[in-house]
Design a binder for this molecule. Sequence first.
Ligand code: DAH
Length: 350
Amino acid sequence: MSQTISLTEFANRLQQLAAQAQADNSADWSTKYLGKKGLFKQISADIRAVNDKKAAGQALNDLKSRLEAIAAQKNVATVTAPPTPALDFTLPAADTPVGHLHPVSQMIEQITDIFGRLGFIRVRHPELDDDENVFGRLNMAPGHPARDEWETFFVHHPGTPGHQHIRWVMTPHTSNGQVHEMLRLGKPPIRMINIARTYRRQQDVTHTQMFHQFEGLMVDKDVNITHLKGVLDYFAREFYGPDSRSRIRPFHFQFTEPSFEIDFSCHFCHGTGQTDNGDKCKFCKSGWHEVGGAGMVHPHVLQACGLDPTQYTGFAFGWGIERTYTLQDNIDVPDIRNFYNGNLEFLQQF
Ligand code: DAH
């Protein structure tokens, strides 16, 4: 156990310190006696060794007042305030963080702009629609198995007295925009781009239940597949860069005949499928990325939308917006759900 100090001894030490302070005229007086590690602080610690803490505390308070009086007499500042930096009013103000358009909105603007240069006008058609517009007029009669390809959400309205129960479709694709546009205009020429939210019962790292698609449609006299290919190549160059190309492969969709899947050349390996040292390109493996579907509008669809298929032909194409980002080499989309979970770190890369 440490040594005890009598109250008298303690008081004596305090007296000595006061006398020393009184006689001292050094420039750092304030720090030396009243500073954070000064002599008053040091001597205060000795109170632990005094039995009569109450009296010793009182003596310390007296010493503190005495030192402050001496400081006032010597005209020294007892508080060592940090130097105030000079204010420079000519400096620019601190930056305020500013947000930006959501990547999906940015992409919508970009897509609208690219197709706009080819005369495709952006339109907006319903995201909650009638079964007939989403499936029926697109050559998928009730009960047709092709309907199963779209994992569709339905909204049931119970109906009101005098009105029957209604089953709305939450559009699983933007192809219903084709139907609306043909019915709206009644006759070609038609060149539209319908961009809307779409819904499907899927959720994992590459799918969200709500996502965006865009749908292109061109109908006129003598429209053929070469026009479709030209439009897709134009998009590839404008969107992915001057050496990007598109490729169409035979496929099946119920509302187009013939139908195709659309690929764009991989911009990592420039469509070769290989890295410079002959390894397989890790990003695409084959030189191409599949992005969406396309085809010549099926005669049944033209007819169901009031157009004469013996006079007019057309092409259509469509694919997802979020997915398009996953094919850009400067953007990292490890989980597509990041578009919608408010993850700023992810969103700030756009
Ligand atoms: N609607 C199709 C889908 O959601 C994509 C599509 C395929 C759109 C062919 C088209 C088309 O316009 O012609 O997968």
